[in-house]
Design a protein around this ligand. Structure first.
Ligand code: PEP
Length: 253
């Protein structure tokens, strides 16, 4: 059985009080409402990590994640945060390779290999993002494009390391646009990506990989998307900032 995961990506939103309020609401709702044992991850901005972790406490199936980590271990890298530091603050997950980081911060597939290595060495589960821009989807070459992102970044890792990674397929044209991929489009890509991992690591490893969908997921479309055989959950941006919407997405399994 693959893990069902819903991860919230707060991006660069919410001040201290807003972050505390949102977390408290989610913690309280999940106590009564997470009856399907979905793994839930909150990925706030770095400065929220410690106070959010305190509010999470020992809430079952609720974990802390970050939105990025450095590709370096430690040292004179002003403004960066290492995977070692994240782990010491109680993070269990880290989002890597989000399209916004690839685009605005020029993160390459090669750099993402180094970040993934840092995460794994520090016991963090990478939520590794991939996805195509609109022009690639329109050209119909999205599968090759996304498979290439994964091959270049991840195929140097061992089967054991790959089994510790979560994949998030996020078509860039669907992120924050209100335009979601159809559940059939998501299923088609997720199945292709699972087959891609199977071709390199074998069916056993590929079958165990959780592959999340991300891109304008909301309480109205999550049930349809999560019902697909190869969709194991969601990476949620905008809707993760509203406790009721986020928890309703979690309950869509
Ligand atoms: C994201 O940025 O990871 C994301 C999926 O955003 P949204 O849900 O807002 O499209």
């Amino acid at each position: 059985m693959r893990k069902k995961i819903v991860a919230g990506n707060w991006k660069m939103n919410l001040n201290f009080e807003e972050g505390q309020k949102l977390t408290s609401e989610i913690v309280n709702m999940l106590k009564d409402e997470n009856d399907k044992d979905v793994t839930v991850v909150l990925n706030p901005p770095f400065v929220h990590l410690y106070p959010v972790k305190k509010l999470i406490g020992s809430t079952p199936n609720l974990f802390l994640g970050a939105q990025n980590c450095s590709d370096k271990t430690s040292g004179a890298y002003t403004g960066e945060v290492s995977a070692t530091i994240l782990a010491s603050f109680g993070a269990s997950y880290v989002i890597l390779g989000h399209s916004e980081r690839r685009e605005y911060f020029k993160e390459s597939n090669e750099m993402l290999t180094a970040k993934t290595k840092q995460a794994l060495e520090n016991g963090l589960t990478p939520i590794f993002c991939c996805g195509e821009p609109l022009e690639i989807r329109e050209a119909g070459t999205q599968e090759e494009y996304v498979k290439n992102q994964l091959t270049e970044s991840l195929f140097g890792f061992s089967a054991d390391e790959i089994s510790k990674i979560v994949i998030a397929y996020e078509p860039i044209w669907a992120i924050g646009t209100g335009k979601t991929a159809s559940s059939d489009q998501a299923q088609e890509m997720h199945a292709a990506l699972r087959a891609h991992f199977a071709s390199k690591y074998g069916a056993g490893i590929a079958d165990g990989l959780s592959i999340l969908y991300g891109g304008s997921c909301n309480p109205g479309n999550a049930k349809d998307i999560f019902s697909k055989a190869d969709v194991d959950g969601g990476l949620i941006g905008g809707a993760s900032l509203k406790s009721r919407d986020f928890v309703d997405i979690i309950k869509s399994f």
